[in-house]
Design a protein around this ligand. Structure first.
Ligand code: NAD
Ligand code: ZN
Length: 345
């Protein structure tokens, strides 16, 4: 089969012919239809310090996909050949306290698809059947290809009640844009999105942001009275991982505000500690997706009219992967979809 692999401990990727993965009694083999490029894949492409520390090479990368079950292991029940599926890309131990009490998303022994084991930038991938999530019929492949990061957005956005609340989204990357669409869908009052990139702020406007603020040029404070936000934002969805965005958010939240933190910072972040204390703020770190609660929620949201398609900026055949990675590396893209089956939809 064809696969996009990291063959050497150096920048770049190689499109090569490799063996179709073996699958065990509890696994399924999936024919990939479409996959999507994540920021993580860009770190791997660039071969930064994190990638060099984390990735075994050679490795087929990629973890966002939709495909069709091509074969099932002897012990697999309830899944069949031909079924359209995506999957939770975090493989967890199943034995630790968190795994056994419904919080597998914070299992300390998590193994990442396409990071620590062969991924989905390939014609086929193998996965434990328990990680598979059947995709409801009404959800098109071009959206099902990125349920993984949509799940990050849903997990973050639904962590706190947004109905009737004034919401600040810091960072309009693909996940921030999707979180904006979700906040609108579930009935937030005002939604303000910040970024330093105009192309991305435009995507946030398209999915329903009341104001998309380029914080490299504009301050946030005057935006609040202009939108009738009297006491500060009620909820923050932090989706940039940038210390200035976090500090800025703490200045414009009301006392008692809640902050859901998804963005990954590249190092320690200095916080105005007394602001956390005196404002009585509630902070929640968000990792991955709740397994499988987030998956049920996000497919239900899509089925009830949530539209995240404006975040799709590129749809390419897998052979044009360099073009897709170039768009991601330029920082102006939304989701970049790679097609592995020569199909539309
Ligand atoms: P991304 O890098 O595409 O988006 C981050 C955005 O933040 C960019 O558009 C960038 O221009 C913007 N930004 C930079 N400085 C800013 C500032 N001062 N104020 C506001 N915005 C600023 O990332 P993404 O794929 O959309 O993911 C969002 C974040 O979530 C990233 O930090 C990513 O690493 C992280 N992430 C976390 C998890 C998790 O499980 N916790 C999963 C996936 C992604
Ligand atoms: Zn575990």
């Amino acid at each position: 089969m064809k696969a996009l692999r990291k063959l050497r401990a150096a920048p770049g990727l190689d499109l090569v012919e490799t063996d179709t993965p073996a699958y065990g009694a509890h696994d399924v083999l999936i024919r990939v239809r479409k996959s999507a490029i994540c920021g993580t894949d860009v770190h791997i492409y660039n071969w930064d310090d994190w990638a060099a520390r984390t990735l075994p090479v050679p490795l087929t990368i990629g973890h966002e996909f939709v495909g069709t079950i091509a074969a099932v292991g002897a012990e697999v029940e309830g899944l069949g050949v031909g079924q359209r599926v995506s999957a939770e890309g975090h493989l967890t131990c199943g034995r630790c306290r968190n795994c056994r009490t419904g919080r597998a998303h914070i299992c300390a022994s998590t193994v990442g698809l396409g990071v620590q084991r062969p991924g989905c930038f390939a014609e086929y991938l193998a996965l434990p059947a328990r990680n598979v999530f059947p995709v409801p019929e009404g959800i098109p492949d071009r959206v099902a290809a990125f349920l993984d990061p949509l799940g990050n957005a849903v997990h973050t956005a639904l962590s706190f009640d947004l109905a009737g609340e004034d919401v600040l989204v810091t960072g309009a990357g693909p996940i921030g844009v999707m979180a904006t669409a979700i906040a609108r869908h579930v009935g937030a009052r005002r939604i303000v999105v910040t970024d330093v990139n105009d192309a991305r702020l435009e995507l946030a406007r398209r999915v329903g942001a009341d104001r998309a603020v380029n914080v490299a040029r504009e301050t946030l404070a005057p935006v609040l009275p202009a939108l009738g936000i009297r006491e500060g934002f009620d909820v923050v969805l932090e989706m940039s991982g940038q210390p200035p965005a976090i500090t800025q958010a703490l200045e414009v939240v009301r006392p008692g505000a809640r902050l859901a933190l998804l963005g990954i910072a590249s190092g320690p972040v200095a916080l105005p500690w007394n602001t956390l204390v005196f404002k009585g703020l509630e902070l929640k770190g968000i990792y991955g997706r709740e397994v499988f609660e987030t998956w049920y929620k996000m497919t239900a949201l899509l089925e009830s009219g949530l539209d995240v398609t404006p975040v799709i900026t590129h749809e390419l055949p897998y052979t044009a992967y360099e073009e897709g990675f170039a768009a991601m590396r330029a920082g102006t893209s939304g989701k970049v979809i790679l097609d592995w089956a020569g199909e539309k939809g």
